[in-house]
Write a protein that binds this ligand. Structure first.
Ligand SMILES: NC(=O)c1ccc[n+]([C@@H]2O[C@H](COP(=O)([O-])OP(=O)(O)OC[C@H]3O[C@@H](n4cnc5c(N)ncnc54)[C@H](O)[C@@H]3O)[C@@H](O)[C@H]2O)c1
Ligand SMILES: [Zn+2]
Length: 364
């Protein structure tokens, strides 16, 4: 099946502003009815080069409808930088953008983070609209208002909380997404399912979605995943407490990424991290049936990387993670699927055991 019947929209209420999220298929072409484009004096769209090449027709058509000026963006992680942002501030000035102008970001998470950062800093912050085009950007990066750029010392070090006014999730973009990128997004979909998104969990367990098929199950899964993340950030916009559950799988995941010097994708590292942290959860009392379910899902969607590492080095990397308080490693663990607990300290020996379990499992 290749065409969806549904379009859905909902509004998030933050202290700073409202964010409207619309999800559907081929909806970018109707953008003039989705955003009040006449309210802004100038609209500039920062468009990923790759997305523009693959989807030129719909992007050009949509930007013409709202009189937006496109600015191309070579969307590499290196170009998601503080230094590169200055070029875009200058371009916004050249295009005569004011405090009443709009920046759009059309692309994956690199592009939405970059466009969001540019919008958040230009003239102390102007409006921003996202059109996420990867699965990861749809369910994760574009939701929640975190915007950041990289500096030499590290990734996502400089940024703000800056909520987008509108997010337009057009699943039609997924037709051109490479499988490796699909798996990255799936890892975050699975994460949401395990920490509380029960509708997606059911779809994942029933194996209703598959790479390359834009069907109603995929649409329902994205819809549910987006709503789940949105509901968490709406409760805790500035990550003071509950929002931290979204770091499930990421304590180990970030350490793996960093040990492999970012040669492995974030999604694969997080998938491995989720399995390791589920093993720890199992030993801390999570039911065995839940552990088996998690392992089955991660395996069924082929998300677990076959890697080898020294577990002691992973522990060292976790010690230096910027999110750890005073050198103490903290995990998000599951009491059961759907019941995450934040700020858990775990004995190093158990972490070693969990990492060794992972190594044995993927070497089989
Ligand atoms: N702000 C947040 O809360 C948050 C959350 C998670 C991740 N992120 C950030 O998101 C970034 C990762 O996002 P990503 O995984 O989307 O990476 P990405 O933006 O690099 O996109 C991955 C690749 O897919 C290409 N692409 C994009 N859309 C496509 C399409 N429809 N068809 C074919 N190719 C397409 C891109 O050009 C790129 O080569 C990281 O920089 C990460 O830090 C931010
Ligand atoms: Zn992540």
């Amino acid at each position: 099946m290749d065409s969806l019947t549904n379009t859905t929209a909902f509004v998030l209420e933050f202290d700073s502003k409202k964010s409207t999220i619309t999800i559907g298929q081929k909806i970018l072409a109707t953008i003039s009815s989705l955003i009040p484009y006449k309210q802004w004096d100038v609209i500039v769209a920062i468009v990923s080069d790759t997305v523009y090449t693959l989807h030129k027709e719909v992007v050009d058509h949509s930007l013409t409808l709202i009189d937006a000026i496109p600015i191309n963006y070579n969307d590499t992680e290196q170009n998601k930088s503080y230094a590169y942002a200055e070029k875009y501030f200058n371009q916004l000035l050249e295009k005569q953008c004011t405090r009443n102008s709009l920046v759009m970001g059309i692309g994956g998470g690199v592009t939405t983070d970059f466009a969001g950062y540019v919008a958040s800093a230009y003239m102390r912050g102007i409006d921003v609209v996202y059109v996420p085009t990867t699965l990861l950007a749809m369910v994760d990066a574009s939701i929640g208002g975190k915007v950041a750029v990289n500096i030499k010392a590290g990734k996502n070090i400089v940024g703000h909380f800056h909520q987008p006014n509108y997010i337009i999730i057009d699943v039609n973009f997924l037709h051109t997404l490479p499988q490796s990128e699909w798996r990255c997004g799936m890892a975050e979909v699975v994460k949401h399912a395990l920490i509380g998104d029960s509708s997606s969990l059911e779809i994942l367990q029933n194996k209703e979605i598959q790479y390359g098929y834009i069907n109603n199950s995929l649409y329902n899964c994205i819809n549910s995943s987006v709503r789940f993340k949105a509901s968490i950030v709406e409760k805790d916009e500035y990550e003071k407490n509950i929002r931290a559950i979204l770091n499930y799988g990421h304590t180990v995941g970030h350490a793996i990424e960093s040990l492999f010097e970012y040669t492995m994708s974030h999604g694969e590292a997080v998938a491995a991290g989720m399995l390791v942290e589920s093993y720890i959860s199992l030993k801390e009392g999570m039911p065995k049936a839940d552990f088996d379910c998690i392992r089955d899902i991660l395996s069924a969607y082929n998300l677990l990387p076959k890697i080898s590492f020294d577990p002691r080095l992973i522990i060292n990397h976790m010690m230096y993670d910027k999110k750890n308080i005073k050198g103490k490693i903290r995990f998000v663990l599951l009491e059961s699927i759907g019941k995450p607990r934040i700020g858990c300290e775990v004995n190093d020996l158990l972490v070693m055991e969990a990492l060794n379990f992972y190594l044995k499992m993927v070497s089989r």
